[in-house]
Write a new protein. Structure first.
Length: 625
């Protein structure tokens, strides 16, 4: 590491701390000011902040690996999450969520199910869900940031007491970064988070542009064409994946065969099935939800969500593809000769390229950009998680009457507690990946069915929500433990067969069990009070099966109209997914110098943007402020 690179990183950290602390005085007016910026932050700043929070280091390293191995088709792997839930939020969910005028995702649940026992049960389970997932992700960031920084930075900084090793070098790096980020996040709440994330977004964009420019200058077309096959460049597929690599690099074809995605048609079908329901379920209670609730108006929540997609993918994929192109012409011979090549080896591509193939100056800016990616995602979670502790548990059940100053202090303590618990869990490095898998598969797997039904069905009640979440959580956790212990099962047994099925193919089972819990919980208990349902439906106006409630509201107000936009919203979501995909493919084809496909991607982006201008943006502009 050269002096100029180290200087750039230090300058970035000091500037981030200065901005975060400088704006923190705005956060002392109350909980709404602390967690939502007083609903006074402009939508485009929130959009940049939201995009910055999604630009995480571990996700970037994973995307580098799958783009390297699978080529242009890799953009469809992100449907596993699914990334286009942001499109559903943009088209209609942001408007539905923001109309509620509340502070957190679990508080929103009370507007749907009321404040009785059923409503409080559903409210409590979603608050616990949000807190546990926040702590788990902080633990994940603790390990991920430490490993990344220890690989990149030149110093070994363990903490020792005599012969006793208190902290490894990785843990020391992670603690330093987390402490620095926590300082301004806790001090300034949403104001500091958004201000620093806008700076971090600018740094990441600069890093992406510099890597893309360096790739164009340093890598020749002939070197790229010598490695890439037509299949690697193509987004089209049949039921099975073909060979993406020439026989010279057969190890990569063999790796594709063992990763569980060979039956690509079935895999894409299942991701579409899961993605539809997961997207309508809405964003999980986290920083994305907080950004929607932080907007000044309902109209601006839609603007913010659309702007997030627009600003995120092109700069992110300029950086990712630039790293991949450099890896293709420098690392392929070495990696393909590895007889033990596996999916984990792909994770080292990002740090290897940075360490050995990025010039001075650009390396410092790239590292500052990746550090910004970590800090922005971490700060977003630290801001969103404590809101559920203070607003949804402490204020509601323990101290409903207190001063704003008291609640701000409680928020500071809750933030320290969440970070502290996350860091403590992060010390168990051997089990953290298992913990993260459990959070993302089990918790999120149990989330979908109940949160899908809450929008579209009037009869669905708080107990249905509670038992649907619990049932989904139990079966998804069982699936996780099967996966973790698959080496211990006897061949040809049911448990052995189930444990070796890819998690995406088990989603219908998790979804079905969660639906069963939702239906049983709903039909074995009384409906939600009509007054609550009428208030919710009149305010939010979702589409779906709301006829009894609509008819009662129609009797009270003959001008009241139901939401008939289902098919238009679905059309916009389809166009939006294509629009989003074009923004991923455009920088990929640009940097691998496939100009005809780049032109096609650009044409698709322009056409879909024009369509959305008329079918989405014009409608949003008509929403009253």
């Amino acid at each position: 590491m050269e002096v100029i690179d180290i200087s750039i990183i230090i300058a970035y950290i000091l500037l981030t701390l200065f901005i975060g602390i400088w704006v923190s005085k705005k956060a002392s007016k109350g909980l709404e000011s602390y967690f939502l910026g007083g609903n006074n932050i402009k939508w485009y700043y929130l959009g940049l902040s939201n995009g910055s929070g999604m630009f995480d280091v571990s996700g970037t390293a994973w995307m580098v690996g799958i783009l390297f191995l699978y080529g242009a088709k890799s953009f469809m792997f992100m449907w596993l999450w699914p990334v286009w839930n942001q499109i559903f939020v943009m088209m209609f969910l942001a408007v539905w969520i923001r109309r509620s005028n509340i502070m957190t995702g679990s508080e929103w649940i009370l507007t749907r199910f009321g404040d009785g026992k059923a409503g409080r049960a559903s409210h409590l389970i979603i608050a616990i869900f949000a807190i546990i997932s926040t702590i788990g992700f902080i633990a994940y960031f603790f390990e991920g940031a430490g490993k990344f920084m220890a690989i990149i930075l030149p110093w070994n900084i363990p903490l020792e007491f005599g012969n006793l090793l208190l902290l490894t070098s990785e843990q020391s790096y992670a603690l330093i970064i987390i402490v620095l980020t926590t300082i301004y996040t806790i001090k300034g709440g949403m104001f500091s988070v958004v201000a620093t994330e806008v700076l971090q977004y600018i740094i990441m964009v600069i890093a992406g542009l510099l890597i893309a420019g360096y790739t164009f200058v340093s890598v020749a077309d002939v070197d790229i064409n010598a490695v890439l096959s037509p299949e690697w460049r193509s987004i089209f597929f049949s039921n099975e994946l073909g060979d993406h690599w020439s026989t010279k690099f057969q190890a990569f074809n063999d790796l594709i065969d063992t990763e569980g995605y060979k039956m690509f048609g079935a895999f894409i079908g299942m991701t579409l099935f899961k993605g539809f329901f997961a997207s309508i379920a809405g964003p999980v209670p986290g920083f994305d939800f907080q950004r929607i609730l932080s907007t000044r108006t309902v109209k601006e929540s839609a603007y913010m969500s659309g702007f997030t997609s627009l600003v995120l993918y092109i700069p992110r994929y300029l950086l990712i593809t630039g790293i991949v192109v450099i890896a293709l012409v420098t690392l392929v011979p070495e990696m393909s000769s590895n007889p033990n090549l596996n999916g984990g080896d792909l994770e080292i591509i990002l740090p290897k390229v940075i360490n050995h193939h990025i010039p001075v100056g650009i390396k410092g800016l790239l590292l500052a950009g990746l550090l910004a990616a970590f800090m922005s995602t971490f700060s977003a979670f630290v801001n969103s998680g404590p809101a559920y502790i203070v607003n949804d548990i402490y204020k509601k059940y323990f101290k409903p009457e207190a001063t704003n100053k008291h609640y701000i202090k409680a928020s500071h303590l809750a933030s320290f507690a969440v970070v502290g618990l996350g860091v403590c869990m992060g010390f168990f490095a051997d089990s953290i990946n298992s913990l993260t898998l459990w959070i993302t598969s089990a918790l999120y797997g149990g989330y979908v069915a109940a949160n899908f039904l809450k929008w579209i069905w009037w009869r669905f009640n708080g107990w249905g929500y509670f038992w649907g979440m619990v049932a989904g959580l139990i079966v998804a956790t069982f699936q996780y433990f099967l996966d973790q212990n698959k080496a211990n099962f006897v061949e040809d047994t049911l448990l052995y067969e189930l444990s070796h099925i890819h998690a995406i193919y088990l989603f219908p089972i998790i979804f079905g069990v969660s639906l069963l819990g939702s239906f049983l919980g709903t039909y074995l208990t009384k409906p939600t009070e009509t007054s609550v349902l009428k208030s919710f439906y009149k305010e939010v106006k979702p589409w779906g099966w709301w006829k009894p409630i609509h008819d009662q509201l129609k009797l009270e107000d003959s001008n009241f109209e139901k939401n008939n936009d289902f098919w238009l919203d679905m059309f916009n979501c389809l166009i939006g997914i294509i629009w989003q995909s074009s923004m991923i493919l455009l920088p990929i084809y640009l940097l691998i110098r496939d100009y005809p496909k780049m032109g096609a991607s650009l044409a698709v982006f322009i056409v879909t943007s024009i369509i959305l201008k008329y079918t989405w943006l014009n409608r949003v502009n008509k929403i009253p402020n």
